[in-house]
Design a protein around this ligand. Structure first.
Ligand SMILES: [Zn+2]
Length: 353
Protein backbone atom coordinates (compact mmCIF):
# COMPACT_ATOMS: atom_id res chain seq x y z
CA UNK A 1 0.00 0.00 0.00
CA UNK A 2 2.80 2.33 0.98
CA UNK A 3 4.73 1.42 -2.13
CA UNK A 4 1.68 1.94 -4.30
CA UNK A 5 0.97 5.24 -2.61
CA UNK A 6 4.52 6.39 -3.07
CA UNK A 7 4.45 5.40 -6.75
CA UNK A 8 1.13 7.19 -7.21
CA UNK A 9 2.49 10.26 -5.42
CA UNK A 10 5.53 10.28 -7.70
CA UNK A 11 3.37 9.98 -10.81
CA UNK A 12 1.13 12.80 -9.61
CA UNK A 13 4.16 14.96 -8.83
CA UNK A 14 5.58 14.25 -12.29
CA UNK A 15 2.25 15.20 -13.91
CA UNK A 16 2.09 18.38 -11.81
CA UNK A 17 5.61 19.45 -12.82
CA UNK A 18 5.03 18.50 -16.46
CA UNK A 19 1.74 20.43 -16.54
CA UNK A 20 3.31 23.49 -14.94
CA UNK A 21 6.20 23.38 -17.38
CA UNK A 22 3.88 23.00 -20.37
CA UNK A 23 1.64 25.84 -19.08
CA UNK A 24 4.61 28.12 -18.46
CA UNK A 25 5.73 27.57 -22.02
CA UNK A 26 2.33 27.60 -23.68
CA UNK A 27 2.75 28.76 -27.22
CA UNK A 28 -0.81 30.03 -27.32
CA UNK A 29 -2.90 32.05 -24.88
CA UNK A 30 -6.65 31.91 -25.41
CA UNK A 31 -9.18 34.15 -23.69
CA UNK A 32 -12.79 34.36 -24.77
CA UNK A 33 -12.83 33.85 -28.50
CA UNK A 34 -9.31 35.14 -29.27
CA UNK A 35 -5.91 33.45 -29.16
CA UNK A 36 -2.48 35.10 -28.99
CA UNK A 37 0.68 33.39 -30.21
CA UNK A 38 3.97 34.02 -28.46
CA UNK A 39 5.19 37.54 -29.18
CA UNK A 40 1.74 38.67 -30.27
CA UNK A 41 -0.81 41.20 -29.06
CA UNK A 42 -4.51 40.50 -29.58
CA UNK A 43 -7.69 42.27 -28.54
CA UNK A 44 -11.07 40.81 -27.67
CA UNK A 45 -14.14 40.94 -25.47
CA UNK A 46 -15.53 38.74 -22.75
CA UNK A 47 -19.21 38.50 -23.48
CA UNK A 48 -21.71 38.78 -20.64
CA UNK A 49 -25.00 37.83 -22.25
CA UNK A 50 -28.30 39.40 -21.24
CA UNK A 51 -29.97 37.60 -18.34
CA UNK A 52 -32.44 39.04 -15.85
CA UNK A 53 -31.29 42.40 -17.26
CA UNK A 54 -29.20 43.66 -20.19
CA UNK A 55 -25.78 42.23 -21.07
CA UNK A 56 -22.40 43.85 -21.73
CA UNK A 57 -18.92 42.87 -22.83
CA UNK A 58 -15.56 43.50 -21.21
CA UNK A 59 -12.87 44.77 -23.61
CA UNK A 60 -9.41 43.30 -23.06
CA UNK A 61 -5.98 43.15 -24.69
CA UNK A 62 -3.52 40.29 -24.27
CA UNK A 63 0.23 40.80 -24.66
CA UNK A 64 1.54 37.24 -24.92
CA UNK A 65 5.27 37.65 -24.47
CA UNK A 66 7.86 36.16 -26.78
CA UNK A 67 9.37 34.39 -23.77
CA UNK A 68 7.66 32.47 -20.96
CA UNK A 69 7.02 34.10 -17.60
CA UNK A 70 4.23 34.93 -15.18
CA UNK A 71 0.77 36.08 -16.15
CA UNK A 72 -0.24 39.50 -14.86
CA UNK A 73 -3.88 40.59 -14.88
CA UNK A 74 -4.46 44.36 -14.77
CA UNK A 75 -8.03 45.52 -14.24
CA UNK A 76 -9.25 49.11 -14.71
CA UNK A 77 -12.70 50.62 -14.51
CA UNK A 78 -14.35 48.45 -11.87
CA UNK A 79 -15.73 51.86 -10.96
CA UNK A 80 -16.68 53.48 -14.24
CA UNK A 81 -15.85 57.09 -13.33
CA UNK A 82 -12.31 56.30 -12.19
CA UNK A 83 -10.57 57.58 -15.29
CA UNK A 84 -6.84 57.75 -14.47
CA UNK A 85 -6.53 53.92 -14.35
CA UNK A 86 -8.58 53.49 -17.53
CA UNK A 87 -6.45 56.01 -19.44
CA UNK A 88 -3.25 54.53 -17.96
CA UNK A 89 -4.14 51.12 -19.41
CA UNK A 90 -4.88 52.78 -22.76
CA UNK A 91 -1.40 54.26 -22.64
CA UNK A 92 0.16 50.87 -21.86
CA UNK A 93 -1.15 49.70 -25.24
CA UNK A 94 1.60 51.72 -26.92
CA UNK A 95 4.21 51.22 -24.17
CA UNK A 96 4.19 47.41 -24.04
CA UNK A 97 5.62 45.24 -26.77
CA UNK A 98 4.83 41.52 -26.79
CA UNK A 99 8.02 40.73 -28.70
CA UNK A 100 10.08 42.11 -25.78
CA UNK A 101 7.93 40.72 -22.97
CA UNK A 102 8.48 37.62 -20.84
CA UNK A 103 5.17 36.22 -19.68
CA UNK A 104 1.69 37.47 -20.40
CA UNK A 105 -0.14 40.68 -19.55
CA UNK A 106 -3.94 40.84 -19.69
CA UNK A 107 -5.33 44.38 -19.69
CA UNK A 108 -9.03 44.70 -18.85
CA UNK A 109 -9.75 48.18 -20.13
CA UNK A 110 -13.17 48.69 -18.59
CA UNK A 111 -14.50 46.13 -16.13
CA UNK A 112 -17.81 47.98 -15.87
CA UNK A 113 -18.72 49.47 -19.27
CA UNK A 114 -22.31 50.46 -18.31
CA UNK A 115 -20.94 52.60 -15.45
CA UNK A 116 -18.22 54.09 -17.69
CA UNK A 117 -20.53 55.06 -20.54
CA UNK A 118 -23.29 56.38 -18.26
CA UNK A 119 -20.69 58.18 -16.08
CA UNK A 120 -21.93 56.83 -12.76
CA UNK A 121 -19.95 56.78 -9.52
CA UNK A 122 -19.96 53.75 -7.19
CA UNK A 123 -23.01 52.04 -8.70
CA UNK A 124 -24.02 50.42 -11.97
CA UNK A 125 -26.71 52.32 -13.85
CA UNK A 126 -28.28 48.96 -14.71
CA UNK A 127 -28.90 47.37 -11.30
CA UNK A 128 -27.67 49.99 -8.79
CA UNK A 129 -24.98 47.66 -7.40
CA UNK A 130 -21.34 48.42 -6.60
CA UNK A 131 -19.19 45.95 -8.59
CA UNK A 132 -16.44 46.11 -5.97
CA UNK A 133 -18.89 44.94 -3.30
CA UNK A 134 -20.41 42.19 -5.43
CA UNK A 135 -17.87 39.34 -5.41
CA UNK A 136 -18.04 36.39 -5.93
CA UNK A 137 -21.06 37.37 -8.02
CA UNK A 138 -23.62 35.01 -9.55
CA UNK A 139 -23.86 33.36 -12.98
CA UNK A 140 -27.61 34.04 -13.04
CA UNK A 141 -27.65 37.30 -11.03
CA UNK A 142 -28.07 40.90 -12.12
CA UNK A 143 -25.54 42.44 -14.52
CA UNK A 144 -23.08 43.57 -11.82
CA UNK A 145 -23.19 40.10 -10.26
CA UNK A 146 -22.64 38.48 -13.65
CA UNK A 147 -19.65 40.77 -14.32
CA UNK A 148 -18.15 39.79 -10.93
CA UNK A 149 -18.77 36.11 -11.69
CA UNK A 150 -17.11 36.47 -15.11
CA UNK A 151 -14.04 38.22 -13.65
CA UNK A 152 -13.76 35.53 -10.96
CA UNK A 153 -14.22 32.52 -13.22
CA UNK A 154 -12.67 33.64 -16.52
CA UNK A 155 -9.98 36.21 -15.70
CA UNK A 156 -8.59 35.65 -12.21
CA UNK A 157 -7.86 31.92 -12.74
CA UNK A 158 -5.65 32.80 -15.72
CA UNK A 159 -3.31 35.01 -13.69
CA UNK A 160 -0.46 34.57 -11.24
CA UNK A 161 -0.62 38.26 -10.26
CA UNK A 162 -3.71 40.44 -10.08
CA UNK A 163 -3.57 44.23 -9.82
CA UNK A 164 -6.90 46.04 -9.51
CA UNK A 165 -6.33 49.67 -10.47
CA UNK A 166 -8.61 52.28 -8.90
CA UNK A 167 -8.55 55.96 -7.98
CA UNK A 168 -10.82 58.30 -6.08
CA UNK A 169 -14.24 58.02 -7.68
CA UNK A 170 -15.67 60.91 -9.69
CA UNK A 171 -16.47 62.83 -6.49
CA UNK A 172 -13.38 61.92 -4.42
CA UNK A 173 -10.02 63.67 -4.02
CA UNK A 174 -7.48 61.05 -2.98
CA UNK A 175 -3.80 60.68 -2.13
CA UNK A 176 -2.17 57.87 -4.11
CA UNK A 177 -1.72 54.63 -2.21
CA UNK A 178 -1.29 50.91 -2.75
CA UNK A 179 -3.11 48.22 -0.80
CA UNK A 180 -1.87 44.76 0.04
CA UNK A 181 -3.52 41.99 1.99
CA UNK A 182 -2.17 39.86 4.81
CA UNK A 183 -4.94 37.28 5.32
CA UNK A 184 -5.28 33.86 3.71
CA UNK A 185 -1.63 33.87 2.64
CA UNK A 186 1.89 33.19 3.94
CA UNK A 187 4.62 35.51 5.28
CA UNK A 188 6.73 34.71 2.19
CA UNK A 189 3.93 35.71 -0.17
CA UNK A 190 3.22 38.89 1.81
CA UNK A 191 6.92 39.79 1.61
CA UNK A 192 6.91 39.22 -2.16
CA UNK A 193 3.92 41.51 -2.74
CA UNK A 194 5.36 44.09 -0.36
CA UNK A 195 8.59 44.07 -2.35
CA UNK A 196 6.60 44.69 -5.55
CA UNK A 197 4.68 47.50 -3.82
CA UNK A 198 7.92 49.18 -2.73
CA UNK A 199 9.09 49.20 -6.36
CA UNK A 200 5.85 50.70 -7.70
CA UNK A 201 6.76 54.29 -6.86
CA UNK A 202 3.87 55.27 -4.56
CA UNK A 203 4.93 55.99 -0.98
CA UNK A 204 1.72 55.23 0.93
CA UNK A 205 1.06 51.52 1.40
CA UNK A 206 -2.10 50.36 3.14
CA UNK A 207 -1.79 46.98 4.82
CA UNK A 208 -5.22 45.34 5.05
CA UNK A 209 -5.77 42.39 7.36
CA UNK A 210 -9.47 42.25 8.13
CA UNK A 211 -11.09 40.97 4.95
CA UNK A 212 -13.44 37.97 4.81
CA UNK A 213 -11.71 34.62 4.35
CA UNK A 214 -14.92 33.10 2.96
CA UNK A 215 -14.80 32.77 -0.85
CA UNK A 216 -18.61 32.90 -0.87
CA UNK A 217 -18.44 36.34 0.74
CA UNK A 218 -15.28 37.77 -0.83
CA UNK A 219 -17.02 41.14 -1.56
CA UNK A 220 -14.03 42.81 -3.27
CA UNK A 221 -12.27 41.84 -6.51
CA UNK A 222 -8.89 41.87 -4.75
CA UNK A 223 -10.21 39.66 -1.97
CA UNK A 224 -11.68 37.20 -4.46
CA UNK A 225 -8.23 37.02 -6.10
CA UNK A 226 -6.46 36.73 -2.74
CA UNK A 227 -8.71 33.82 -1.71
CA UNK A 228 -8.04 32.21 -5.10
CA UNK A 229 -4.35 32.08 -4.13
CA UNK A 230 -3.09 34.89 -6.38
CA UNK A 231 -0.51 37.57 -5.60
CA UNK A 232 -2.69 40.65 -5.25
CA UNK A 233 -2.33 44.41 -5.05
CA UNK A 234 -4.73 47.32 -5.38
CA UNK A 235 -3.63 50.67 -6.73
CA UNK A 236 -5.44 53.92 -5.86
CA UNK A 237 -4.14 56.88 -7.86
CA UNK A 238 -6.10 59.85 -9.22
CA UNK A 239 -9.67 60.99 -8.71
CA UNK A 240 -12.34 63.65 -9.24
CA UNK A 241 -13.22 62.25 -12.67
CA UNK A 242 -9.92 63.45 -14.11
CA UNK A 243 -7.25 61.64 -16.05
CA UNK A 244 -4.47 64.01 -15.00
CA UNK A 245 -1.00 63.45 -16.37
CA UNK A 246 0.70 62.90 -13.01
CA UNK A 247 -1.74 60.16 -11.98
CA UNK A 248 -1.70 58.45 -15.37
CA UNK A 249 2.11 58.47 -15.52
CA UNK A 250 2.41 57.26 -11.92
CA UNK A 251 0.21 54.29 -12.77
CA UNK A 252 1.91 53.37 -16.06
CA UNK A 253 5.39 53.71 -14.54
CA UNK A 254 4.42 51.75 -11.43
CA UNK A 255 2.88 48.88 -13.37
CA UNK A 256 5.95 48.62 -15.59
CA UNK A 257 8.15 48.70 -12.49
CA UNK A 258 6.22 45.68 -11.21
CA UNK A 259 6.80 43.96 -14.57
CA UNK A 260 10.52 44.77 -14.37
CA UNK A 261 10.72 43.36 -10.85
CA UNK A 262 9.00 40.18 -12.07
CA UNK A 263 11.53 40.04 -14.95
CA UNK A 264 8.72 40.35 -17.47
CA UNK A 265 10.46 43.49 -18.78
CA UNK A 266 14.17 44.26 -18.83
CA UNK A 267 15.54 46.91 -16.51
CA UNK A 268 16.16 47.61 -12.84
CA UNK A 269 13.90 49.06 -10.19
CA UNK A 270 14.68 50.72 -6.90
CA UNK A 271 12.50 50.52 -3.81
CA UNK A 272 10.90 53.71 -2.59
CA UNK A 273 13.05 55.36 0.08
CA UNK A 274 10.50 56.43 2.67
CA UNK A 275 7.41 54.24 2.53
CA UNK A 276 4.53 55.31 4.74
CA UNK A 277 2.49 52.37 6.01
CA UNK A 278 -1.18 52.84 6.81
CA UNK A 279 -2.25 50.09 9.17
CA UNK A 280 -5.85 51.14 9.86
CA UNK A 281 -8.35 53.30 8.10
CA UNK A 282 -11.90 54.37 8.62
CA UNK A 283 -14.37 55.94 6.23
CA UNK A 284 -16.85 58.40 7.71
CA UNK A 285 -20.26 58.27 6.04
CA UNK A 286 -23.19 60.62 6.11
CA UNK A 287 -26.38 59.41 7.80
CA UNK A 288 -28.43 61.87 5.73
CA UNK A 289 -28.51 63.14 2.18
CA UNK A 290 -27.52 66.75 1.54
CA UNK A 291 -24.63 69.01 0.58
CA UNK A 292 -21.12 68.25 1.88
CA UNK A 293 -18.74 71.06 2.80
CA UNK A 294 -15.20 69.65 3.17
CA UNK A 295 -12.93 71.53 5.61
CA UNK A 296 -9.69 69.59 5.12
CA UNK A 297 -7.63 68.55 2.11
CA UNK A 298 -6.41 65.14 0.98
CA UNK A 299 -3.10 64.26 2.60
CA UNK A 300 -3.69 66.60 5.54
CA UNK A 301 -2.69 65.34 9.00
CA UNK A 302 -5.58 65.68 11.46
CA UNK A 303 -6.03 65.15 15.19
CA UNK A 304 -8.61 62.87 16.79
CA UNK A 305 -12.07 64.52 16.76
CA UNK A 306 -10.98 67.23 14.28
CA UNK A 307 -13.89 68.60 12.24
CA UNK A 308 -13.33 67.32 8.69
CA UNK A 309 -16.45 68.73 7.07
CA UNK A 310 -20.19 68.96 7.50
CA UNK A 311 -23.41 68.15 5.70
CA UNK A 312 -26.38 70.48 5.36
CA UNK A 313 -29.83 69.73 4.04
CA UNK A 314 -31.02 71.66 1.02
CA UNK A 315 -32.55 74.29 3.32
CA UNK A 316 -29.06 75.07 4.56
CA UNK A 317 -29.41 73.51 8.02
CA UNK A 318 -26.45 71.52 9.31
CA UNK A 319 -27.45 67.86 9.69
CA UNK A 320 -24.13 66.11 10.26
CA UNK A 321 -20.55 66.82 11.27
CA UNK A 322 -17.74 64.53 10.12
CA UNK A 323 -15.03 64.21 12.75
CA UNK A 324 -11.79 62.24 12.76
CA UNK A 325 -12.23 58.92 14.62
CA UNK A 326 -8.49 58.94 15.41
CA UNK A 327 -5.40 60.95 14.54
CA UNK A 328 -4.16 60.32 11.03
CA UNK A 329 -4.00 61.39 7.40
CA UNK A 330 -6.87 62.29 5.06
CA UNK A 331 -6.70 59.47 2.49
CA UNK A 332 -9.60 60.79 0.44
CA UNK A 333 -12.35 63.35 0.80
CA UNK A 334 -15.49 64.07 -1.21
CA UNK A 335 -15.09 67.31 -3.13
CA UNK A 336 -18.39 67.63 -4.97
CA UNK A 337 -21.53 68.88 -3.18
CA UNK A 338 -24.14 66.08 -3.37
CA UNK A 339 -24.06 63.24 -0.84
CA UNK A 340 -26.63 60.51 -0.32
CA UNK A 341 -27.41 58.77 2.97
CA UNK A 342 -24.84 56.09 3.76
CA UNK A 343 -22.24 57.36 1.29
CA UNK A 344 -18.60 58.14 2.16
CA UNK A 345 -17.54 61.69 3.06
CA UNK A 346 -13.90 61.26 4.04
CA UNK A 347 -11.46 58.51 4.94
CA UNK A 348 -8.77 58.74 7.62
CA UNK A 349 -5.71 56.49 7.65
CA UNK A 350 -3.65 55.78 10.74
CA UNK A 351 0.07 55.90 9.98
CA UNK A 352 2.41 53.28 11.42
CA UNK A 353 4.96 54.89 13.69
ZN1 LIG B 1 -12.75 52.29 -7.18
Amino acid sequence: MNNHFSLLARILLFIAIATTTVCAQDAMFTLGSVTAKRGERVAGHLEIPAGVDEGTRLPFTIFHGAKPGPTLLLVAGVHGSEYAPIIALQRLLSQLNASKLSGTVILVHSANPPSFFKRTIYYSPVDGKNLNRSFPGKADGTLTERIAHTILTQLIPRADYVIDVHCGDGNEDLIPYLALYTHATTPERIAHVKDLALRFGIEHIKVISGRSADPNNSVYLTNAAQLAGKYVMAVECGGLARADEVSVTTITTGLQNVMRRLRMLPGQTTPIKNPVYVDRDETIRTPEAGIFYPLVARGQIVKKDALLGYVTNLHGQKVHEARAPFAGKVMFIVKTPPVSAGEPLVSIGSLQP
